[in-house]
Design a protein around this ligand. Structure first.
Ligand code: PLP
Length: 378
């Protein structure tokens, strides 16, 4: 059996939770969504959590709730999944890119400050691989007029000295993904956390076509059925089936993140002696890494990484590359004229990076097999 770089851990109680939802009165958004949101808000120590049909939908909603539109710019990390930047384009804003810090592979306050322009209205720091990005320092660097949306798709279960990622102490919103390779899954799914009740309301309306029913917020009162669309929203609802799975998985978050940290520690023991490899930056004291990914960077660059990737795949070890700089995608070059050289640290990182298998069900034997193959091919 091939070893993937990531995969879900579904257990009997997860299956039972979904079966119970199937037997209930609701299939689409109902009481299981509210229960998942409540449990998620508690886990993140945030007052509000709003569920979406995917992390991408959640980012789109966050860009809308941030009030972005044509003429505005949204700055995110050059090293991320394209959705972190696409969400700006969805609402007509221009995505721009901050370089990574070569010692963390995250953006820093300095790289974000360098990327700002007079049009920047929103910054999306990404907690890449699960390592908390320095959001507090970024807030200090950008001031209070810029909306910060943390892309925490990799970082459920990560901590800073101030508490869990998602608590939004220095950001307006934090966005999560429950895609099956992520630390907890709902099949597809996403969540936004926020401390701001008005933002929470905008997010809820956006996921249901921009419709509202609260009599206090309607223009007209035509009867009990009456509802009104005040914004252009979407159907971005999570279902009760997915929420039942998500809530069941959330109860295992500590166990999953602990196991991911054990795997990372073991990779450091097994691979630490190989001079050709730079291993994933560890969390500083007081922080907890969620290790959605365990990335190594081959110091030999593109050709060496290609050999390592091909050699591992030939052995059934499905390592993956996260990510090419987003602006190198042809759509970005075509739409905004981005060219190579924009973010040199990101480009040099991309040439060597490779994500090794890291997920709770990876056995010690499998991990040793992976490490032995990496050492043989590096
Ligand atoms: C950093 C990052 N942001 C956003 C997303 C989008 O999440 P989803 O796949 O749930 O739409 C992903 C998913 O891969 C991601 O890795």
């Amino acid at each position: 059996m091939p070893i993937p770089y990531g995969r879900q851990s579904i257990e009997d109680d997860d299956i039972a939770a979904v079966v119970a939802a199937l037997r209930s009165d609701w299939l689409t958004q109902g009481p299981a969504v509210a229960a998942f949101e409540q449990a998620f808000a508690a886990a993140c120590e945030a007052p509000h959590a709003i569920a979406f049909s995917s992390g991408t939908a959640a980012l789109h909603a966050a860009a809308h709730a941030a009030g972005l539109g044509p003429g505005d710019e949204l700055t995110t990390s050059a090293i991320t999944f394209a959705a972190s930047a696409n969400c700006g384009a969805y609402v007509g804003a221009k995505p721009t890119f901050a370089d990574i810090d070569p010692s963390t592979w995250n953006v820093s306050a300095e790289t974000v400050a360098r990327a700002l322009t007079p049009g920047t209205r929103c910054v999306v720091p990404v907690h890449f691989a699960g390592l908390p990005a320095p959001v507090r320092a970024i807030r200090a660097a950008v001031g209070d007029d810029i909306v910060i949306v943390e892309d925490a798709a990799h970082a459920i279960g990560a901590h800073t000295p101030e508490g869990p990622v998602g608590a939004c102490h220095h950001a307006e919103m934090a966005v999560f993904s429950f895609h099956p390779v992520k630390t907890i899954t709902s099949g597809e799914g996403g969540m936004v956390t926020t401390r701001d009740p008005h933002i929470a309301e905008r997010l809820r309306e956006f996921r249901t076509h921009g419709m509202r029913k609260d009599p206090a917020r309607l223009e007209r009162h035509e009867g009990g059925w009456h509802h009104e669309q005040h914004e252009l929203g979407f159907n971005y609802r999570l279902t009760d089936l997915q929420s039942a799975l998500g809530r069941s998985q959330l109860a295992k978050l500590e166990r999953f993140v602990t196991r991911r940290n054990e795997l990372a520690d073991r990779y450091r023991e097994l691979l630490g002696g190989e001079q050709q490899l730079e291993l994933a930056p560890a969390a500083l004291s007081g922080y907890r890494h969620a290790y959605h990914l365990f990335v190594v960077r081959h110091r030999g660059g593109a050709a060496a990484r290609r050999r390592l990737y091909d050699g591992l795949h030939a052995r059934g070890i499905l390592a993956q590359v996260h990510y090419q700089p987003v602006y190198r995608h042809p759509w970005y070059a075509r739409s905004y004229g981005y060219a190579p050289g924009l973010c040199p640290n990101a480009e040099s990182y991309y040439e060597g990076c490779l994500s090794l298998p890291c997920f709770p069900a990876l056995s010690s034997e499998q991990q040793e097999e992976v490490a032995a193959a990496v050492l043989a091919l590096a």
